[in-house]
Write a protein that binds this ligand. Structure first.
Ligand SMILES: [Zn+2]
Length: 312
């Protein structure tokens, strides 16, 4: 860090397709938490950036200055920080995000990273482990890999959801067949449950079906957990992490889901190379926001506080 005056403030921004979360913290100041929605309608990045600028002004006025800003993004960005594709807000394709952040925060260090990578970083630090794979099961499957305390591969994001786990599996939204998320995402699991049941299945139906040990629900979830276990075992063979952490809203909402992944992974280990232990995520839906704060903190070179600041 260079610059005339430092205030100790770090800001994390978790950017989503419909809303954005901000968390700022600094020694001696209460934390700042704020969530806002993007404007509705066709996502014009100029309109979105105007809204973001208003929120940044609000933060700086009411809370104070920040030294560093970390941004968690669901979009694919190139190495220069320009958005390549973002299905959530397609109009952002071509936006120079790094330049936009520099204009928004002329006095702070800024960095952008993949939200799955940052979620993995936050979960790894929360677990006190340096080598971790993280799988977030929701609408798709996100995730990340942390080795020696750093997200890898670093030059791009770890696309765990597009690992091929079923050669003749269903078509993924990337158009390939058998990607992990085409088998084990929330919507994929619900689709399979509906096909077996012969009628619509929503998330609450699935949870109730699991409670009642309904065969259609048990079978649909079993297949997802086996696919996730295959991914954990394969990642274990290559990376030998200390832990595999499974989170995401879909996994967190189904009691027994993560233990089943753990059990199936344990069974698939081989002599001399047991599967990494599987644990549930600790930070829930806030993992990528926590990770964005960690990214900002790393920019300042200051170590994390002994106890993480709770996010409201
Ligand atoms: Zn895919």
């Amino acid at each position: 860090m260079s610059g005339p005056q430092r205030h100790g403030g770090v800001l994390g921004i978790d950017v989503g397709g419909t809303k954005v979360a901000l968390h700022a913290e600094a020694p001696g100041r209460p934390a700042y938490d704020r969530t806002f929605r993007w404007p509705r309608g066709a996502a014009d990045p100029a309109d979105d950036l105007t809204v973001l600028a208003v929120e940044v002004d609000r933060l700086l006025d009411r809370w104070g200055p920040v030294d560093a800003v970390g941004v968690a993004m669901p979009a694919t960005t190139d190495t220069g920080g320009t958005v390549t594709t973002w299905p959530g807000r397609p109009g952002w394709a071509g936006l120079d995000l790094t330049g936009a952040l520099r204009r928004l925060f002329p006095d702070a260090a800024t960095a952008v990273a993949d939200d799955g990578d940052l979620a993995a970083l936050a979960e790894a630090r929360c677990a006190g482990a340096d080598d971790v794979v993280y799988l977030g099961v929701g609408t798709g499957i996100g995730g990340g890999i942390v080795l020696a305390g750093r997200p890898v591969p670093g030059r791009s994001s770890a696309e765990i959801g597009h690992m091929v786990v079923a050669l003749d599996g269903e078509r993924c939204d990337c158009d390939r067949h058998g990607c992990l998320q085409s088998v084990a995402s929330g919507p994929a699991t619900l689709r399979r449950a509906a096909a077996r049941r012969g009628g619509e299945v929503g998330f609450d139906d699935l949870r109730a079906g699991l409670d009642g040990r309904e065969p259609w629900a048990v079978a649909a979830v079993e297949e997802s957990c086996r696919a996730l276990a295959a991914a954990v075992v394969s990642l274990g063979e290559i990376l030998d992490p200390a832990l595999a952490i499974v989170g995401g809203g879909f996994a967190a909402g189904l009691p027994g889901f993560v233990p089943l992944v753990a059990q199936r992974a344990r069974r698939a280990g081989r002599p001399g190379r047991p599967a990494p232990p599987v644990r549930p995520a600790a930070l829930g839906g806030l993992s990528s926001l926590h990770g964005a704060v960690e990214l900002a903190r790393d920019l300042t070179g200051t170590p994390a506080p002994a106890r993480p600041v709770p996010i409201a």
